[in-house]
Structure formats: structure tokens, C-alpha cells
Design a protein around this ligand. Sequence first.
Ligand code: GTP
Ligand code: MG
Length: 274
Amino acid sequence: YSTATPYTTLPSVLLLGPPGAGKTALTTLFERGPQDPSTVSGPIAKTHTSQVPSSIELSINSDDPATSYKTNLDEEGATAKKFLLVDTPGHPKLRAQSLVHLSSAEPTIKSSLVSDGGAKSKIKAVVFMVDAAALADGDALPATAEYLYDVLLTLQKRFHSRNGSRAPASMPVLVAANKLDLFTALPAALVKSSLEAELGRIRAARSKGLLDSGVGQDDLAAGEEGDWLGGDGSEKFSFAQMMEFDVDVDVIGGSVTGDGPGAEKWWKWIGERV
Ligand code: GTP
Ligand code: MG
């Protein structure tokens, strides 16, 4: 017999990111994928600020995760693998609710957020969406990086919260640099380096705050309980430092609307991880 928590058979992918990044627009795009866009009434990404998380059920071609989200898998006779995409609100006051799901060794999301009553869905990956056009002009960068810092730090602390010798499951993170259809948008490589530099600044500021507040060097060196993101003793922050905690970060550019690179690369990334 088993007294283990019942799991739904469906894993989930958690979609995080600041307000206005395009999370709900992406969710809508993937949901409507198999349809002919000309038959969809209204603009595809007509969205409003999200206040509660919501999830949709999606299918990938399990034989070929690179199959477009626009493909109707039933018609193609392909083997579909289903998962849940959980769209969350980006508003700072509502973030803690999203982060709480990531803090345990085996991250799950509660049944009230996904349709299957009484069960929990395993979180297989995190997509952190950013507005690459907003990042180009100043204010959005610190705000976006603050949120990403908290997401990555939550995942890092999770690594230390292991039960016994069993290591927590690794957690892939996709930083989806959205809105590359806009000519003002930063290309993905610049989104990556800007975020890394800003995360480094936040890290330095937070550790200075700790020093000022009387936390000793020894406590900081111990590291594990501190707010120091990434590897010890490193001058600069890079996403690669998160590998030490089994957090694998990729930065990929794309667009939900307009004439841009589209969303297929993100879809493929997700498909390979669910
Ligand atoms: P919250 O729910 O507040 O956290 O925001 P969100 O991340 O869900 O943003 P949402 O999907 O509501 O999109 C915000 C705005 O960005 C909408 O007006 C979208 O149409 C627009 N948008 C989304 N993706 C793109 C894109 O690829 N290019 C452009 N130009 N606009 C986009
Ligand atoms: Mg939204």
C-alpha cells in the first residue's frame, strides 16, 4: 500500500515573471495553437493583469518535442504527452504565493490551482518571462532582476533543504526574453548579460546589508542560510554558478505577438523537459 501524496499524472511548468512580460499572452498563444489564427475571434494576446494563477492543459509530441505548438497532434496521429502550464500573476504582492511552490525538495503545485481535485502536480521546469524591450530603458532591469533573484535563491535554498542523502530534483529555468518583435528590444545575449550584472549588484548590496546589520563574516562564509546567490567567493555573478545547486538556466529570445522570432524555441525547450 502507499500513503504517499497522490500525484496527478500531469506534470506542470510554472510560468513566472514581472507584470506585463507577456505570460498570459504566451499561455493564450499556446492554448490556441492548434487553431487557425484567422478563426480566432479577437486579438490573440488581448490580456489583462493577472490576479490569480491559472493553468491550462497542453500537449507536446512525445516522439518529437520540437513539433510546433500549432500542430494538431490528434490529426497527425502523434503520441501526445500532456502537461499543465501554470500562468501566475507578476504583481510584487502576489509573488510570494508563486515562490512557495518552489521551496520544497520536490516542488509541487496544489490541486486548487490545477483542475485535478485532491492531487498535486510535479513542477518540472520554470519559465521566467521578461520584457526585453522594457529592459532596454533602465527602471525595469532592477525590478525584473529582484524577482529573478528571489526565484533563483528559492531554488538554491531548496537544494540545501534535502531530506537525508536524497538530492532534490534538478530544476531547469528558462529565461524567456520576450517581445523581440520590437526593434527596441535587447537581443537575448544582452538580456542575459544585463540580468547577470544586475543580479551581481543585488547580491553585493544584500550581503553588504547583512554585514552592516552585524552578521559576521563567518556566518556569511557558511553560506547556506545566507542570501548569497551562486558560488562562494566569485566576483561576478553568472547563471552558470547556479549549476552547483542543480539549477540549469537558459536564456532564449522570442516573441508572442508581432513579426518576431515567435515562440517555437520556448515550446521546444519546455517539451524537452516535461
Ligand atoms: P501580469 O499578468 O500583470 O503579470 O502580466 P503578463 O506577464 O501576464 O503580461 P500580458 O500577457 O498581460 O502582456 C502584457 C502586454 O504585453 C500585452 O499588451 C501583450 O499584448 C503584450 N505582449 C505580450 N507579448 C508580446 C510580444 O511578444 N510583443 C509585443 N510587442 N507585445 C507583447
Ligand atoms: Mg498575466
